[in-house]
Design a protein around this ligand. Structure first.
Ligand code: G1P
Length: 294
């Protein structure tokens, strides 16, 4: 077994317009909406950091500058908290901040699809395998999803990995769908992939949940990838081409937790309830209030 390289870098595509969440996302990026008291993007960056990621690459767009500000020091606020001896709040803020030089930002410039967004990160990633996390999708489980994938990558000795989980059959047309060799296994070789298959044609009900480990060989394929489903440059289409080479097998890692799509209103509301119920300072009051409401 060849020794797998360490996964040091993660890409976060954050250029999306958030049209499913208007009017909230007119002036505020959807990634900055909060689940309890942290922006969605902070939850996802924390998942990446917990899996050993050291460099955080954001593919942004116009109107998203506050994401960059969020991942920097805010001296006035920090000085005020220090002056008022609000040590706990200050520590919490600082503990979630990537260090100097650990973030990079580039712009997608035009909404041409996920494949194009990932391609925009090519120079920042360079020639090494990398993680990709779609910030809309909060993965809530006992073990963080990307950690499970990094572990699977190390155990397998390299390759490409996507997290998957089952969806109801009538929803498969909304996602990338994979077929696997062994459905019962936690990690299994992928046999087929398709982006947003027309209703009734999906090879399984296992959907791509928005967490990937990819080989940099994906970049030259993305450079020449033509538009696919929805008229957009689809990452899944380039992954299908990449998987055809023996050097680049694709594996599915089954995620057994719950996934909240925070780009949708219902997913966002449920995420707030689920994450709120896990908080010691909120759980009892929240549980009581929800019971009364129902
Ligand atoms: C993207 C991917 C798709 C994946 C989905 C998860 O689609 O292309 O394969 O299943 O994210 O959210 P999008 O949501 O950008 O349409």
């Amino acid at each position: 077994m060849s020794k797998a390289k360490r996964i040091r870098k993660a890409v976060f595509p954050v250029a999306g317009l958030g049209t499913r969440f208007l009017p909230a996302t007119k002036a505020v990026p959807k990634e900055m909406l909060t689940v309890v008291d942290k922006p969605v993007i902070q939850h996802v960056v924390n998942e990446a950091r917990a899996a050993g990621i050291e460099h955080f690459i954001f593919v942004t767009g116009r109107g998203k500058a506050c994401i960059e500000d969020h991942f920097d020091h805010q001296f006035e606020l920090e000085a005020t908290l220090a002056g008022k001896k609000k040590t706990k709040e200050l520590q919490e803020l600082l503990s979630e901040l990537p260090g100097a030089g650990q973030t990079s930002f580039t712009r997608q410039q035009a909404p041409r699809g996920l494949g194009h967004a990932v391609w925009c990160a090519r120079d920042l990633v360079g020639d090494e395998p990398f993680a990709l996390l779609l910030p809309d999708m909060l993965h809530h489980g006992a073990t963080p999803c990307l950690q499970e994938m990094v572990d699977a990558y190390a155990e397998t000795g390299g390759g490409n990995f996507v997290a998957v989980s089952p969806v109801p059959d009538d929803q498969t047309h909304q996602y990338g769908i994979v077929g696997v060799e062994d459905r019962e296994a936690k990690v299994s070789r992928i046999t087929t992939m398709v982006e947003k298959p027309p209703k009734g044609t999906a090879p399984s009900n296992l959907h791509i949940t928005g967490r990937y480990i990819l080989d940099p060989d994906i970049f030259p394929l993305l450079a020449k990838q033509e538009a696919g489903a929805g008229g957009e440059i689809q990452l899944t289409d380039a992954m299908i081409t990449l998987s055809a080479s023996k050097k680049n097998p694709f594996h599915a890692v089954r995620f057994d937790g719950t996934i909240y799509d925070c780009g949708s209103k219902i997913g966002f509301l449920l995420a707030n309830v689920a994450y709120g119920l896990e908080r010691e300072d909120l759980a009892a009051d929240l549980r009581r209030a929800i019971k009364e409401m129902l």
